[in-house]
Design a protein around this ligand. Structure first.
Ligand code: UD1
Ligand code: UDP
Length: 445
């Protein structure tokens, strides 16, 4: 019998860990311990999701609440340490990059307990973003890294994480949003509740990043932009996070000039998905919504200057506009009025996977547990000193997969592969080597 602890505490963590919890519950030999940190505690950010996502009742509530980063993280560290000691789980799951993840990561590594990081390896390379620090720190704490894409896996490789600890699984947000979209279509009444009209365009808006909503100037740029779109005759639904509500009240935000402007409390998942399915455009600074918009084929404008989800931009589904009214209005009009332009923002390829990430993650985790999870990497620690070498793929190695190469030379570890153009490739087991590619290996003297 294995004991898996899942720690979540904010809206996106409930959503993205729901597929993992569902997959855990399918194994008779895994006991689930579900811990709610209560970083989010309002009904609209917490209970609604537990209910709609059919999550089991949490075994533990940590009551960490809001506060400064120091206050919140220290309470998380103390409380996570307490529950981890008391349950001694075989594996602990966290998802993403919130302070809940940071607290749990630090507690786990200090107790030498194995941590599985879901949605590992995302990097915006923006150190002013609190989440970037959290992601990097939890990367140091984790024993298993579930990277949604090969690009995310490469970010981890660059930071020295051994490839055998990294699994490319797809993002569980795809599992969640595809699965719950069906329920949303059947159950949500949000379109009729708001009186959404089919013959008008629909724009959905969310904003909650501190750089946008704690900064009055930036929030003004965003709100003036969306009011202008409303004045064009489009329907606007703005789902307001509590952090954002405070600043909107301070600014005395007004939108009376617009016919169909809906300023809403945070919406439940089914209502939010129903709106996304109907929307012609989403304007957001959310991480999860960039991924969901791509998955549900809704063009996305991201009101940030960078993203840790560059795959969305690469496939053409997302445009980064910063908190800039002029760019917001310019690109929104293009998307809403130029069908040729907007159809290119609905690519058929989804870099975040096929919607089966949750079951993959749990199966790999269970296999790891049966083999015994190593928190430290023996290749780095047991045989020092280690060196990196770059080797050319010779004719005799051509056509071998990475798995076959590992079998042939068990003493080396391939950390990176470069193709003929020097493009880095994640050394996944099924990657086939071509002549004159380079492989970066690690071996002892
Ligand atoms: C947090 C995460 C962010 C994530 C977001 C998801 C960190 C550092 N940030 O941001 O990465 O994208 O959750 O939504 O972990 N508040 C309430 N009710 C609640 C929760 C919060 O009113 O239930 C208010 C409080 O005034 C609080 C503020 O919102 O101070 C911010 O909450 P906090 O959890 O610190 O950060 P988020 O902005 O929600
Ligand atoms: N979401 C929701 N209701 C809303 C706004 C967002 O259910 O009113 C969902 C959305 O579908 C996505 C997740 O919340 O799955 C994103 O959460 P958030 O933007 O708070 O956090 P981030 O993804 O930026 O960490």
């Amino acid at each position: 019998m294995y004991r898996f602890m899942v720690i979540a505490g904010t809206r996106p963590e409930f959503i993205k860990l729901a597929p993992v919890i569902k997959a855990i519950l399918e194994f008779k030999d895994i006991e689930l311990i579900f811990v709610h940190s209560e970083q989010h505690y309002d009904i609209e950010l917490s209970d609604v999701f537990l209910k709609e996502l059919n999550l089991p009742s949490p075994h533990e509530f940590l009551n960490v609440g809001s506060g400064t980063h120091g206050e919140q993280t220290s309470r998380l560290l103390i409380e996570c340490e307490r529950v981890m000691r008391s349950y001694a789980p075989d594996l602990i799951f966290v998802e993403g990059d919130t302070n809940t993840v940071l607290g749990a990561g630090l507690a786990a590594i200090k107790l030498n307990l194995p941590l599985a990081h879901v949605e590992a390896g995302l990097r915006s390379y923006d150190r002013m973003m609190p989440e970037e620090i959290n992601r990097k720190v939890v990367g140091l704490c984790a024993a298993i890294h579930f990277a949604p894409t090969k690009r995310a896996a490469l970010n981890l490789i660059y930071e020295g994480i051994p490839p055998k600890k990294i699994h490319v699984t797809g993002n569980t947000v795809v599992d969640a949003c595809l699965f719950f979209s069906k329920t949303a279509k059947q159950k949500s009444t949000i379109l009729s509740d708001l009186g959404i009209q089919k013959d008008k365009k629909l724009v959905v808006v969310t904003a909650h990043r501190p750089e946008n909503v704690d900064n009055e100037r930036n929030l003004r740029e965003i709100t003036e932009g969306i009011v202008e779109l409303g004045n064009d005759g489009h329907q606007i639904v703005f789902s307001v996070h509590p952090r954002t509500k405070k600043m909107l009240e301070k600014m005395r935000f007004k939108y009376a000039s617009v016919d169909s402007f809906f300023l809403s409390e945070p919406l439940g998942y089914l209502d939010f998905l129903r709106l996304l399915l109907e929307a012609d455009l989403v304007i957001t600074d959310s991480g999860g919504i960039q991924e969901e918009a791509l998955t549900l084929k809704c063009p996305c404008l991201t009101i940030r200057r960078n993203t840790e989800r560059p795959e969305t931009v690469e496939v053409g589904a997302n445009i980064l506009i910063g908190a800039n009214k002029n760019l917001l209005v310019k690109y929104a009009r293009k998307i809403l009025l130029d069908q040729n332009f907007s159809s290119k923002m609905r690519p058929s390829f989804n870099p975040f996977g096929d919607g089966r990430a949750g079951e993959r993650i749990v199966k790999i985790s269970r296999d790891h547990c049966s083999e015994g999870i190593q928190i430290d990497s023996p290749t780095f620690l047991e045989r020092p000193p280690m060196i990196f070498k770059l080797l050319k793929v010779s004719e005799s190695l051509e056509g071998l997969t990475i798995a076959a190469l590992k079998k042939k030379f068990p003493e080396i570890e391939v950390t990176l592969v470069y193709d003929l153009e020097g493009k880095p490739l994640f050394p996944q087991n099924d990657l086939t080597l071509r002549k004159d590619w380079s492989i970066r290996i690690i071996e002892s003297y």
